[in-house]
Design a binder for this molecule. Sequence first.
Ligand SMILES: Cc1cc2nc3c(=O)[nH]c(=O)nc-3n(C[C@H](O)[C@H](O)[C@H](O)COP(=O)(O)OP(=O)(O)OC[C@H]3O[C@@H](n4cnc5c(N)ncnc54)[C@H](O)[C@@H]3O)c2cc1C
Length: 465
Amino acid sequence: MKLASLSSRFNDTVFTPYWQETVSARRDLPALTGAHRCDIAVIGAGFTGLWSALKARERHPNARIIVLEARHLAEAASGRNGGFSAPSISHGVGNAAARWPDEAEALVRLGRQNLDDLEADLVTYGIKAEFERTGKVNVAATPWEAEGLHDMQATYARFGVEAKVLSGDELKRHLNSPRYPAGLYEPNYAYVNPARLVHGLAEACLRGGVSIHQDSPVSAITPDGDGVSLTTPRGALRAGKVVMATNADLPILRRLRPAIVPIFDYTIMTEPLSDAQLESIGWQGRYGVADCGNQFHYSRKTADNRILWGGYDAIYHRGSRRDAQLLNRAQSYARLEANFLEAFPSLSGVTFSHAWGGIIDTSARLTFFTGTALGGRLAYAMGFTGQGVTASRFAALTMLDLLDGEETERTQLRMSRKRPFPFPPEPLRGLAIKVAQSHLAREDLTGKRSMLLRLMDRAGIGFGS
Ligand SMILES: Cc1cc2nc3c(=O)[nH]c(=O)nc-3n(C[C@H](O)[C@H](O)[C@H](O)COP(=O)(O)OP(=O)(O)OC[C@H]3O[C@@H](n4cnc5c(N)ncnc54)[C@H](O)[C@@H]3O)c2cc1C
């Protein structure tokens, strides 16, 4: 595939996610055919669905568990993301402190615990997902962003989260970029190869006797006695309980549709870089890097030292379109390229081996929410907004608590219990997103938060990716 209007750096680019190429053994997981019964059905085989199935197996060793996936493993967001694995379930410490001040301590603690537990699970199940806890450097491009890093450090300190401001030579030893004069290093941040994590979780599920069916989109969910019936093109499944983990796809339950919007996010990736090239930009360690504007880039190394450079554009298509052809966007790749070269001028000779896009399930407060339907027989979680690699595990556990009728610290969190502010219907939706995005872009340029954004803050409404 070639995309018109891209520079010669994209001449040999593969326009599908790099991560998919790193998975060697793929299982044949046929579609559901005929009529079946199970105790627990899971809709969606991304991180959220697979963690749900795996953790359901731990809790209910004898239950029959079936996962139904519309596409193939790692084809959706879980196989397309940056692999940034946050010690957070709340889209960061700042978001927790600003939106849920009285439960922020719990959110920060549970987020750190969740990352530790995720790492332990990878060891227990022998999942080789290239997990590495190598820290993150947050970088600032403007004086107001640099000031923001000090505020960020102060907020972190209130919750006992370690972080160190970097400047001058110390910053240059971490990242030597003319674009970023200030940084904040946080050691407790991890990375995974996301496609390997999906396949590793799926393998662990299969070993535990869970069935997974690909090419099995669920089109209808109906109450059926004390259970639930699910319909797929070639099969039917009656389940006692259902986990719905469909992320950015159109929610099957109508009432959830206003709660999320599909936002397209894009990534470009360099060819493997030499030690000399990495030295030229001061990037010696394996930490990731993210800048801190509203329109931000995230960047990390792969195992073979390619640089992944993603983010900035967050594209909404009127009518909440989710078409697969929108997963590639030449304008976004060109913008990412220009911003990459501005950040790393010494790398002007590189070419980009891969470029791809993915869909983020943006909620109007940047975090997931959970809930139940059909008299408690179905639990759902969605709205991860660009930070779901680790939060998906926590959301899965929350859904299982809800289905088991258990009141736990997880189910009591206001963050996950309360549904986010709904997005209005079209044509207002597209307009509202456009206006919010233009105010956020202006704040990036001026450092001034507009009246509209402050009103949204006060109403607990946020927009981002
Ligand atoms: C480009 C990009 C970069 C990102 N970077 C990061 C990052 O660095 N760090 C981070 O924490 N988060 C990141 N995210 C977000 C993260 O990828 C998601 O939050 C996470 O993968 C959500 O997992 P999931 O299982 O809920 O969703 P998905 O992986 O989307 O899985 C949902 C699955 O449900 C299936 N499905 C949908 N409808 C049906 C149906 N009716 N029947 C059957 N199956 C159905 C879909 O096919 C899909 O496989 C990024 C996202 C994108 C798109």
